[in-house]
Design a protein around this ligand. Structure first.
Ligand SMILES: [Zn+2]
Length: 239
């Protein structure tokens, strides 16, 4: 059973029968995030962007555009050091550093955390949960970051998406500068149309799971974008 208090990895919501959550990792990225946003806007689709703190500092305008256009912001660590993320103390510091960036640049503190490459130590999940985060991964990974995956192969994998799933695509690749996201961009319109034809709605991860999106205390200077708030921070991150 999915409840906000269980210290588990949240991958999907099996109780939802007519919606999915589309997510994008590793942005914001100047070679693709704007194009992804244009496509989502054209099709009136809401998505969730799990951003890297370092990238938000480099591209604050893009990050702000994601927020302004009504998409969910998630915390995807500060520097995407995936394997070091298995070390609890390092992982917690990374989450906290990224959170400070989101607060100072965007005025929101996302409660949804996704570990780089999905790698996380069980103890870190517990610590993050104690600090008020929801640790979310995914249930459908078409592998759009693999260089050898053709657009056809990514499309075939996307066609298997089931109700209640969290799908992960990428508008960046770690901290790699200028990654080619053309295959992701090329499969997106048909995927969205196909899902809509099947009667699916696109929800943010927060709405799919029914949990609050941001911590309830917006940073000074927030212009009221902290929709979906309501979850108070339950305690500080461990040092
Ligand atoms: Zn990532």
């Amino acid at each position: 059973m999915i409840t906000p208090d269980r210290p588990i990895l949240l991958r999907r919501n099996p109780k939802v029968s007519d919606a999915i959550a589309l997510t994008f990792d590793d942005g914001p990225c100047p070679t693709s995030t704007a194009e992804v946003l244009d496509l989502l806007g054209e099709h009136a689709v809401t998505a969730s962007f799990y951003m890297i703190g370092e990238r938000v500092r480099r591209h604050p305008d893009l990050a702000m555009r994601v927020l302004r256009e009504g998409h969910q912001i998630g915390n995807h660590s500060d520097r995407h050091a995936a394997f070091r993320g298995l070390v609890p103390s390092f992982c917690l510091k990374e989450a906290e550093r990224a959170e400070r960036t989101f607060q100072s640049i965007l005025g929101v503190a996302p409660r949804f955390y996704r570990p780089p490459k999905g790698l996380i130590h069980r103890r870190v999940v517990r610590e993050l949960r104690r600090a008020g985060y929801f640790v979310t991964t995914w249930s459908r990974m078409p592998g759009d970051y693999f260089r050898w995956h053709t657009a056809d192969r990514i499309s075939r994998r996307l066609a298997r998406v089931r109700p209640g799933e969290i799908v992960v695509l990428h508008d960046g690749i770690g901290l790699r500068p200028g990654p080619d996201r053309s295959r992701t961009l090329s499969v997106l319109p048909d995927f969205i149309k196909g899902m809509k034809d099947r009667g699916f709605r696109f929800l943010s991860v927060a709405d799919l799971l029914g949990f609050p999106l941001y911590f309830s205390v917006p940073a000074a200077g927030s212009d009221g974008h902290a929709q979906g708030t309501g979850g108070a921070r339950q305690g500080g991150l461990a040092p």
